[in-house]
Write a protein that binds this ligand. Sequence first.
Ligand code: ADP
Ligand code: MG
Length: 627
Amino acid sequence: MPIRQLSETMINQIAAGEVIERPASVVKELVENALDAGASRVEIVTSGGGLNLIRVTDDGFGIPEPELALAIARHCTSKLVEDINDIRSLGFRGEALPSIGSVSRLSIRSRTASGDSAAEIGIEGGRVLPVRPAASNRGTTVEVRDLFFATPARLKFMKGERAESSATSDVVKRIAIAFPSVRFTLAGTDRSTLELPATDDSPEGSLRRVAQVMGAEFPDNSIPIDAMREGVHLTGHVSIPSFTRANALQQYAYVNGRPVRDKLIAGAIRGAFADVLPRDRHAVTVLFLSLDPAIVDVNVHPAKADVRFRDPGLVRGLIVGAIRQALADAGIRSATTGAAGMMAAFRPGAASYGHGGPANGHLSYDAAYRASGSTGFDPSRSPQRPLDMQFEGADFVRARNGDFDEPDQAAFDAGSLASADARASQDMPAETLLGAVLGAARAQVHENYIVAQTSDSLIIVDQHAAHERLVYEALKNALHSRPVPSQMLLLPEIIDLPEEDAERLAMHSETLARFGLGIERFGPGAVAVRETPSMLGETNVQQLVRDLADEIADNDTVETLKERLDKIAATMACHGSVRSGRLLKAEEMNALLRQMEATPGSGTCNHGRPTYIELKLADIERLFGRR
Ligand code: ADP
Ligand code: MG
């Protein structure tokens, strides 16, 4: 066959194959056009999941009648100004409308501010219909019917109506977050109506829009992010560690106002939360990056949802650093959503109390009240120097207190909390401890919960969760100072593993050795463990090694080395912590409380759950109807 030029319609249909994947992609393109036209209201209507009808109406500046034909012609745009390196609008390729028009029946009705009347143009499967007069207000209405009628192959790949309409909702929500001062409505026979009233462009307005989209509980369970590095500005909100989702769908990211789905940003978020979330939980995040358009490429794919940064390391570092800092500053806040249920559980049976029990609005058990906006634990409020605990963390604490010099290998026997050096708390009358943040330990109940008393509250500590966190922090700090002491096993433990796992572990043997885990290859499909970290004491080496293999397999490709080490530390900490069921003496309990006070981040365990809760005396009195 001779070489021939493709027809215009064919070219547009080929382009549509990339740009218009499904109805939601049409909605995205049309809404972007409305926003580029300066709209303050955008109304979207769909039916049949968007396959029958998509109609987007805006009150933007409209298209002058003589330009209607250009709007649906390929490579015609009013947006791209001279320089592909300086893109400030959402659209710039001039191919959305002709692509959509080549696979559907599309009409555009528009009126400009100066135009006396509206005009309309149509295009059906690539065939352009003549411009004719029409009636409408200022702005533009684009209607797309029978999407993919001209490309039945694509039509076959559509999921059900439900799936398509929910993909459309997602697109609208995603973009609406970036434009809080625009009112959006999404309605149709195939969905329940979504209404997002305009807020404003201030940080508060932006957060209100986020709450409209993500749910009213998000603002109370999130912390603000605002950081700048080398001209790149990061703002937004991230959820606190106890407010998570089973998938990453609720992570919204924007680059210069453009919604993006970017691996680098997703990886940075994962990295930033690696310390405080288990592998299968995901933070809820809304992050806006703004930077010079010249140092980010948005022209990576026709759908414009991918970006490339000139300096990916800078962006990643900024995100990880800013989120970690914000989490550290927010200290020990736990989710407020749990609090209501918790208080309900505390409330006495309402039926037997004439006045319906305590007034709930005022009940606050939540650590959030104490920490709100501040840094959580304030070690300086602790009435005494933190105790010399038996594990490495003590060195860190001492280092901060300026006496890091005493080598203390013997004290490293972390396995036994029972041998805690508890001098200080013995010397200290319990009454003086009442002023400490976590107070004086009074009892241990159900072999895992330490009940403590401060001057004005009751504290309940989950000893396992708390100790796990302390061990983790200690391990992390050890990692950055010197190798973790290890103990030789009398007989090396041989562990049979899938060959890939054995290989992975061997590749990380140096790192593991720094953690005190001496591991080496032992023929095909096996490793030998000769040394384990002393602080773990008696431990199930088989299980630990398998967990580590899983950890490495899961995180190798995306995590930086440090995050990987911290994750390994978290896994180790989990194995080495005081299990629930362990009886503690009063000095041991107090030692644990003091250690928690002295350790940043100890308000949540490695899995993001709170390590302690606080019930104010005032609230207890309300519970009993004394107030
Ligand atoms: P692009 O957005 O990349 O410019 P499109 O094919 O999406 O390409 O749109 C082509 C042109 O049509 C735009 O550049 C704009 O001038 C005009 N246009 C499309 N939709 C609207 C709208 N809702 N309001 C005003 N002008 C519009
Ligand atoms: Mg466009």
